[in-house]
Design a protein around this ligand. Sequence first.
Ligand code: 13P
Ligand code: SF4
Length: 302
Amino acid sequence: MNTDLKSKILALKKEKNAVIFAHNYQRAEVQEVADFVGDSFNLAQRGIETDADIIVFCGVSFMAETAKILTPKKKVLLPSLGAVCPMAAMIDVTRVLELKKAHPNAAVVCYVNTTADVKALCDICCTSANAVKIVNSLPQDEVIMVPDKNLADYVQIHTKKRIIPAEGFCYVHSKIFPLAVESAKSAHPQAEVLLHPECPPETLKLADKVLSTAGMLNHVLKSDRREFIIGTEEGMLEVLTSHAPDKVFYGVGGQCIQQKKVNLERVYECLRDEKNEITVDPQVAAGALKAITKMLKAGRND
Ligand code: 13P
Ligand code: SF4
């Protein structure tokens, strides 16, 4: 059945001049039909580079929205409309305006895990691949960071600027507690600890490296170490194992249910019927585009 679905999807891609993009946390079956698998930063960049007419975005809604903002002439489809990042829903326009009013001299940096209307109110976007670099590139001494409190706390350690955090968190990464990393370390003392910056600050203290998901993959491929403790969503373990089958990975993260809402059946139906098209209000998109473009120009730091 899956082989049948896969070949139907591949045929539809050709027929419709479509590409499939998948985030690193997507199911293996979805990654197998994807033209590109990556982290939020690389997926945004790839959207601009493709000359396809349709992008089927296998990830959560803010990622598809970002692709639509960057390539408004393309049809961007999201296989599951229920795939919404709960952290992105933890900040809205009202809260950003409150923070701006309370700190009028501060720059506003929004994590890419936000809705387009929030991005439109911010000076610049960031992802887990470049948050420190983005903040340090700004002229202001004070920086409001929304929505992830853990990412903001991590950046605070790496900047002289004063970071004003919002209250958001990722329910997957915020549950990666020090105890899980400590137990993995004592069971596998040779392993290098790679953690995502959405983990709590007390957990990040135990990291050898703090990296985005694509940063983890790049690091593993370059490293001469053989064992790694991986502190991010569990789907990343499959990505790492498939790219580095001779290395061993010990996961300490749980599952993001929203990312797993996308499956092969939904990808097929979405592309076949060209349904679940993402639209963004043009005025909002224009504001958000500025923040995203500035971020892409700044590049990655991992
Ligand atoms: P990355 O950009 O590191 O892939 O992270 C996205 C995300 O949603 C992390 O939970
Ligand atoms: Fe959002 Fe966390 Fe899921 Fe990433 S892992 S999409 S931040 S809920």
